[in-house]
Design a protein around this ligand. Structure first.
Ligand SMILES: [Mg+2]
Length: 153
C-alpha cells in the first residue's frame, strides 16, 4: 500500500536534543549556523538526513505530521521553528498521552485510513500501541535516516 501520510516522533527520531529529551533542556534557545543551543550551552541537532527527507516527501506530495508526547509542547514548537522545519508539517499533535490519542486526532483531521499512514518512533511502546491501530510503524534506532524512508518511496 502506497503511504499518503508520514508521521514522526520528535525526540531521538527527528532530533537529538543534546543526549536528552527536549523537555529536559533549558530554554530559551538560540541558533548558530545549523545548530541550536539552549541557555546552558547544550547543542541540539537535527539528524543529518532529516531536512532532505522532509523536502523529498513534500515534493512527492505526501502529507506529514508530528506525534510527540513531550511535556513541553511550547519548547518543541520553538525548536521546530528554529530548525526551520515547522512548515513541512500539515498537523502537529504535541502533548503527553498515549500516541493512540495523537493518531485518533490525526485520523479525524486527514480522514485517511490507518493503513495509508506510516509512523516513525524510537520508543518501542509507541511502535506497539500505534501498530495495533493498523499503522505501519517503523522503529528508529539511531535517528531518522534515508534507509528507513526508502521502502516507502
Ligand atoms: Mg522519541
Amino acid at each position: 500500500m502506497q503511504k499518503k501520510l508520514f508521521v514522526f516522533d520528535l525526540d531521538f527520531t527527528i532530533w537529538d536534543a543534546g543526549g536528552t529529551w527536549c523537555d529536559a533542556t533549558n530554554p530559551p534557545y538560540f541558533k548558530e549556523k545549523e545548530d541550536v543551543y539552549d541557555s546552558s550551552g547544550r547543542c541540539l541537532r537535527l539528524y543529518p538526513d532529516v531536512r532532505r527527507i522532509l523536502t523529498l516527501l513534500k515534493k512527492s506530495g505526501k502529507y506529514m505530521a508530528v506525534a510527540s508526547r513531550t511535556f513541553e509542547p511550547g519548547w518543541a514548537n520553538d525548536l521546530l521553528k528554529l530548525f526551520q522545519i515547522d512548515h513541512f508539517f500539515d498537523r502537529k499533535e504535541i502533548y503527553p498521552d498515549s500516541k493512540v490519542r495523537h493518531f485518533r486526532k490525526i485520523q479525524e483531521h486527514f480522514k485517511l485510513n490507518y493503513s495509508e499512514m506510516v509512523f516513525f518512533d524510537d520508543e518501542y511502546r509507541n511502535i506497539e500501541e500505534v501498530g495495533r491501530l493498523g499503522v505501519e510503524s517503523v522503529f528508529v534506532k539511531n535517528g531518522l535516516d534515508k534507509d528507513l524512508i526508502k521502502p516507502f518511496l
